[in-house]
Design a protein around this ligand. Structure first.
Ligand code: MN
Length: 266
């Protein structure tokens, strides 16, 4: 792992450069090193790990709400990490932190999450990375204080210890005051899913249009999962990996006659 006196810490999010969670994260991590902000110029939640290949990417230096400067990009969160690491920092980044996202990233959320994908992009580039979210599902006002403080603490630990290759951390903080946080759990990914609703409506000219989702997700509150920890007002820290192989399914699949296909062709 790269180490220097004042580490470069790259932060991004998927809620956009003007999101309050990004500002709070920057404030908290500024005490640990020099923080580079590269974030999407508009909200990009739910964009997953998409990258921009067929149009020019721009970086614009913008003044954030606290008067300091950051970089806004027309790209996705993953683009922002690539631009920050290779474009601005010339590879000298010791830590990538994505967040603080407004809304949970637990269970199957991870598959859709721009927040988590940005941290994955950090890991793809061999940089220790984590994503952090406040698990609020309503439009209530959020106190990012506890999540920001935990982000700083975890960043210190990671800068000191590193992370295993191709492993990143996904953190969810319950939306409660510091005094009500019941603990910190190392968890596994749960299986919270969305009901998959498609609402069909008709526009004024009589053409059909659709809205995805709408209903709150359902989860099984299995012990040891990210979903359960957050439901119990505990901070959830899940190690996740770039290797998506379902190792437990390999044996079974090896017993299928998949390899015979080629012999049947001859
Ligand atoms: Mn988001």
């Amino acid at each position: 792992m790269r180490s220097s006196q004042t580490p470069n810490i790259l932060i991004t999010n998927d809620d956009g450069i003007y999101a309050e969670g990004l500002l709070e994260l920057r404030k908290a991590l500024s005490e640990l090193g020099s923080v580079i902000v590269v974030a999407p110029d508009r909200p990009r939640s739910g964009c997953g790990h998409s990258i921009t290949l067929h149009k020019p990417l721009r970086l614009e230096r913008v003044r954030m709400a606290d008067g300091k400067y950051g970089h806004a990009s027309n790209g996705t969160p993953s683009d922002c990490v690539a631009l920050g690491v290779h474009g601005l920092a010339k590879g000298d980044v010791s830590l990538v932190v994505s967040g603080i996202n407004r809304g949970p990233n637990v269970g199957y959320d991870l598959t859709y999450s721009g927040t988590v994908s940005a941290a994955m992009e950090g890991a793809v580039n061999g940089i220790p990375s984590f994503a952090i979210s406040v698990a609020v599902l309503t439009d209530e006002e959020v106190d990012y204080g506890p999540a920001a403080a935990f982000a700083k603490y975890l960043s210190e630990l990671i800068l000191e210890r590193g992370l295993p290759k191709a492993v990143l951390l996904n953190v969810n903080v319950p939306p409660v005051p510091l005094a009500d946080i019941a603990g910190v759990d190392v968890t596994r990914q749960g299986d919270r899913r969305y009901p998959g609703n498609v609402e069909e409506r008709t526009d004024p000219s009589g053409r059909r249009y659709y809205w995805l989702g709408g209903d709150l997700p359902s989860s099984s509150l299995e012990e040891g999962t990210d979903v359960k920890a957050v439901a119990d007002d505990r901070i959830s820290v899940t190690p996740i990996q770039l290797d998506l192989t379902a190792h437990a399914a390999m044996d079974e699949l090896t017993r299928w006659p998949v390899r015979q296909w080629l012999f049947k062709q001859r």
